[in-house]
Design a protein around this ligand. Structure first.
Ligand SMILES: Nc1ncnc2c1ncn2[C@@H]1O[C@H](COP(=O)(O)OP(=O)(O)OP(=O)(O)O)[C@@H](O)[C@H]1O
Ligand SMILES: Cc1cn([C@H]2C[C@H](O)[C@@H](COP(=O)(O)O)O2)c(=O)[nH]c1=O
Length: 211
């Protein structure tokens, strides 16, 4: 059996995570690797139900309660989908994972990051990706992309003020700097193919293509 690999995409709204996750999954499959492409929140029927609640209901939760809901969705996803796929030797490509909880629900203070990681330990055995690709772009510029994609239909979290999304972007950068052995920071500017080539280049050692 081949050894499974876990690759996650992170970043703010509209930076191209879904586009790039699909392009990477296709590129890995084209190399004959067994690939599972999935997303968070979601990936199981139960987690998709929690996604609908979190993103499309009128509910209001404290940051901690919101973090627990995301963690519950993740626990189901990890136990039923991600861990079995890794055990079976698959390359799991996931659009968002634990670092989204740290960046979005995390208040930026160490204690709360510790709390999110403690919840993750209980819910998902503290599973961390082998590689996390952080796509970076200016949140204000991304609003134009999202307006073209979604019109006025932003979800409950995507529709938060620009200042919130700027602080999320800053938290992602802080996480990437402090865990640089796991994170690869990729500039999301340029065409989807340009960004894809940057990602493939950064993953060349993992894929076994030198680089
Ligand atoms: N490099 C790119 N240049 C221009 N447009 C892009 C690029 N990558 C993706 N897009 C377009 O921008 C929009 C957002 O892309 P995508 O859905 O992949 O982003 P995302 O980060 O997954 O978004 P979200 O945070 O909402 O999940 C889509 O309409 C997509 O077709
Ligand atoms: C996993 C996760 C996600 N979020 C937020 C980030 C986005 O606003 C939505 C997901 O929507 P997308 O179109 O699939 O990117 O949920 C979060 O706040 N915390 C998390 O852990």
């Amino acid at each position: 059996m081949t050894e499974g690999r876990f690759i996650t995409f992170e970043g703010g709204e509209g930076v191209g995570k879904s586009t790039q996750a699909k392009m990477l999954a296709d590129a890995l499959a084209a190399r004959g690797l067994p690939v599972l492409e999935t997303r968070e929140p979601g990936g199981t029927s139960g987690a998709e139900e929690i996604r609908a609640l979190l993103l499309h209901s009128q509910g209001e939760w404290s940051a901690r309660a919101e973090a627990l809901l995301f963690a519950a969705a993740r626990a189901d996803h990890v136990e039923k989908v991600i861990a079995p796929a890794l055990d079976a030797g698959k390359w799991v490509v996931c659009d968002r994972f634990i670092d989204s909880s740290r960046a979005y629900q995390g208040g930026g203070d160490t204690l709360f990051d510790d709390a999110i990681m403690a919840i993750h330990q209980i819910g998902s055995w503290g599973l961390l990706p082998d590689v996390t690709i952080l796509l970076t772009a200016n949140p204000a510029e991304m609003r134009h992309r999202l307006a073209a994609r979604d019109g006025d239909g932003a979800d409950r979290i995507g529709g938060r003020p620009l200042a919130y999304h700027e602080s999320v972007a800053a938290r992602f950068r802080t996480l990437a700097a402090s865990e640089s052995e796991r994170f690869t920071v990729i500039d999301a500017a340029g065409s989807p193919e340009d960004v894809h080539q940057r990602i493939l280049q950064s993953l060349a050692p993992l894929i076994g293509e030198g680089g």
